[in-house]
Design a protein. Structure first.
Length: 269
């Protein structure tokens, strides 16, 4: 979050009394955290100056330089994360409610005794909602770029690939909820029981690093966290696959594991 550059001959310039320079770089992607770090940096510089010249006036000119979000606009930090929240909500609700509705009206049993395989049935219930999730991605991204004027410095292909992996997790969770719910009302409440903690533990509202250590470890199992990190890095930093390989691997593992587990339960039920 903070980088400190100490130039060559810093000690010599400091001892000569002519003045010395250091550079403080702040990651402006998280505007709130950058503002707190800026306050710490100012206090440290002032205390250092007082120790060097006790009782003397402090000729300090502190100039912070935030990167990625120079104006520390909160909308540049929050709007890209809305993509992750909307995709999760839409895919979660649509998948869980659609399957449970089939069970309520009795058509699910008819599909199970038809020549369709379990894979065909699951594909028919998930692929349309995956397309809807990608459509939501296009809408929110367009609004973010042209309405809120959030900068986009990365690759649309990388964002699309991350969204596809993320949708696997959302569809898998929705399918799992459908296997443990008998009514649409029950599926609706279970979806929000999953959705709200996932958002709170994702870094959407406040940084993961400010959470208790136990919850920080728990967020590693949260696909929303990894996706939001990718979205913010692609939008604001222009990060590539090499920098985000860990988040991509986590999304792939979580998505495939959840979807396979939900599929196995769906077949049994």
């Amino acid at each position: 979050m903070v980088g400190l550059t100490i130039p060559v001959n810093f000690a010599r310039d400091l001892s000569s009394g002519a003045g010395a320079r250091v550079q403080v770089l702040l990651d402006g992607t998280s505007s709130n955290t950058a503002s707190v770090a800026q306050g710490y940096a100012e206090r440290i510089v002032v205390d250092f100056g007082r120790r060097q010249n006790p009782g003397a006036p402090l000729p300090i000119d502190l100039r912070d330089r935030p990167w990625f979000n120079p104006n520390l606009e909160s909308r540049d930090y929050n709007v890209p994360a809305v993509v992750g929240a909307l995709i999760m909500l839409v895919c979660l609700l649509l998948t869980s409610l659609a399957v449970v509705r089939e069970r309520e009206i009795g058509t699910l049993e008819q599909l199970e005794v038809s020549p369709l395989t379990a894979g065909d049935l699951i594909a028919g219930k998930t692929i349309p909602f995956a397309v809807i999730g990608l459509f939501d991605l296009a809408i929110v991204t367009t609004v973010a770029l042209y309405w809120f004027e959030v900068p986009f410095r990365g690759s649309f292909v990388l964002l699309l690939g991350a969204s596809a992996l993320y949708i696997l997790s959302a569809l898998g969770i929705g399918l799992f909820i459908s296997t443990i719910s008998s009514t649409q009302q029950e599926a609706f409440m279970a979806s929000f029981l999953v959705f709200l903690p996932a958002i709170l533990l994702s870094g959407f509202m406040f940084p993961v690093t400010s959470m208790p250590e136990l919850f920080q470890w728990a967020t590693l199992l949260n696909p929303v966290r990894h996706y939001i990190e990718i979205v913010r890095a692609v939008f604001l930093k222009g990060a590539g696959l090499e920098a985000l390989s860990g988040q991509f691997a986590a999304l792939f593992l979580i998505g495939t594991t959840v979807l396979l587990f939900a599929t196995s339960r769906f077949r049994k039920s």
